[in-house]
Design a protein around this ligand. Structure first.
Ligand SMILES: Cc1cc2nc3c(=O)[nH]c(=O)nc-3n(C[C@H](O)[C@H](O)[C@H](O)COP(=O)(O)OP(=O)(O)OC[C@H]3O[C@@H](n4cnc5c(N)ncnc54)[C@H](O)[C@@H]3O)c2cc1C
Length: 351
């Protein structure tokens, strides 16, 4: 098959890739975007919470919102819960959200193909796709998640990761808080119960070293919440996945004449403490799209400016979270250590 030239090739059509593709197309450049998933957003690998502020970045967000979140409740070991009011957010239907963003990319003129994966990137910067196409782009946007092929090609790899497991269960009483469970028995992560109408996402993340403990951790949490009559026994769904927790990577590099930009999880933008990465994926996808267009227009400083923008927007929060995470991992944490390492407590935010 002959070589296809395009301005921008986007790898991945999650929130980062879909937003990047839409942005590039809106600026009038040609863009091909691919995702190995057959259906946008499926299977869902997410607890589906986003802060309300994301509404500023995503038009028609309500199409994918399933319920509102007003507060956060944190349980530290067996202590009485601490309630943080004024924690506004939304629980999404993540599959609908991703599909909505891909729809916006298509409507903007991006050529999006599902069910196609990027197999390899050659030393000349040509991307070989699973459908046999060979693409020679001016810019590759690597929005292909925690184990990014584009990232690997420029030596930017998420090495620190968290393993997760999540079940969806019936929720017995309407709830408008995200419940967080902190314990020394959930090493390198935390447990969560996020309500979504009459069901809830119940899960946990841990350091990969303790992956074998994930199933019993989630099982114990499930039993505890059943005993409180908060949730039902039936498991309606199950998922999991990796979350990068090492902080920001260098989000640009070159392969021969091809410029590579990384966005979202591929750039290490997930918060190392909370694991949240949807908002950062959307925002960085947009910025990567703009940087790609500027690069094509001849602005040689655009990739570095993109890196600086990411650092300005996310750097301080990621650095603090990473510091808290590393400090917690260094010892067998007591309750005060756990509180100092969680965003709901003022001590998290002090030096
Ligand atoms: C269990 C779990 C719960 C989470 N809960 C939350 C939460 O509640 N709130 C929150 O904000 N964040 C949460 N996150 C993190 C959030 O899901 C990610 O930060 C977010 O999806 C990042 O978006 P992205 O577009 O960068 O990457 P992704 O959404 O991972 O999208 C990357 C896409 O690239 C595709 N891809 C990968 N490799 C290739 C290839 N070679 N060729 C073609 N396509 C490829 C994948 O199929 C995928 O669709 C959670 C993560 C996990 C695992």
């Amino acid at each position: 098959m002959s070589m296809i030239s395009v301005d921008v090739l986007v790898l991945g059509l999650g929130p980062a890739g879909a937003c990047a593709a839409a942005q590039v197309a809106r600026q009038g450049c040609s863009v091909i975007a691919v995702d190995r998933k057959q259906v946008a957003g499926h299977p869902v690998q997410c607890a589906e919470f986003v802060p309300a502020m994301i509404g500023m970045d995503v038009a028609d967000l309500q199409l994918a919102v399933r319920q509102r979140i007003a507060s956060m409740t944190t349980f530290v070991e067996q202590d009485a819960p601490d309630i943080k009011e004024n924690f506004p957010g939304h629980m999404l239907d993540r599959a609908a959200f991703d599909a909505h963003l891909v729809g916006q990319a298509l409507a903007s003129g991006a050529q999006c193909t599902l069910g196609v994966s990027a197999r390899r990137i050659t030393a000349e910067g040509v991307v070989i796709l699973s459908d046999g196409r060979s693409i020679m782009p001016h810019v590759i946007i690597g929005a292909d998640g925690p184990r990014s092929l584009a990232g690997r090609a420029i030596g930017q790899i998420n090495t620190a990761l968290v393993e997760t497991r999540q079940i969806t269960v019936p929720l017995h009483h309407a709830h408008e808080a995200t419940d967080i469970f902190l314990s020394a028995d959930i090493p390198g992560g935390y447990g969560w119960l996020f309500p979504k109408g009459d069901v809830a996402n119940l899960g946990a993340g841990v350091d990969p070293e303790f992956k074998h403990q994930l199933k019993p951790i989630v099982h114990r949490l499930h039993q505890t919440l059943m005993a409180r009559d908060q949730v039902g026994a039936r498991i309606l769904g199950m998922t999991g996945g990796l979350i990068p927790v090492g902080g920001l990577l260098q989000p640009h590099g070159r392969i021969a004449h091809t410029q590579v930009l990384l966005a979202g999880d591929a750039a290490g933008l997930t918060n190392p403490v909370t694991g949240a990465g949807i908002s950062a994926a959307v925002h960085s996808g947009r910025l990567a799209g703009l940087a790609a267009v500027a690069t094509i227009g001849g602005d040689l400083s655009a990739p570095q400016v993109y890196a600086e923008e990411l650092n300005d927007v996310f750097g301080a929060a990621l650095t603090r979270a990473r510091r808290r995470r590393v400090a917690l991992a260094a010892r067998q944490p007591g309750k005060e250590d756990l509180r100092q390492s969680w965003i709901a407590y003022p001590q998290y935010w002090t030096a």
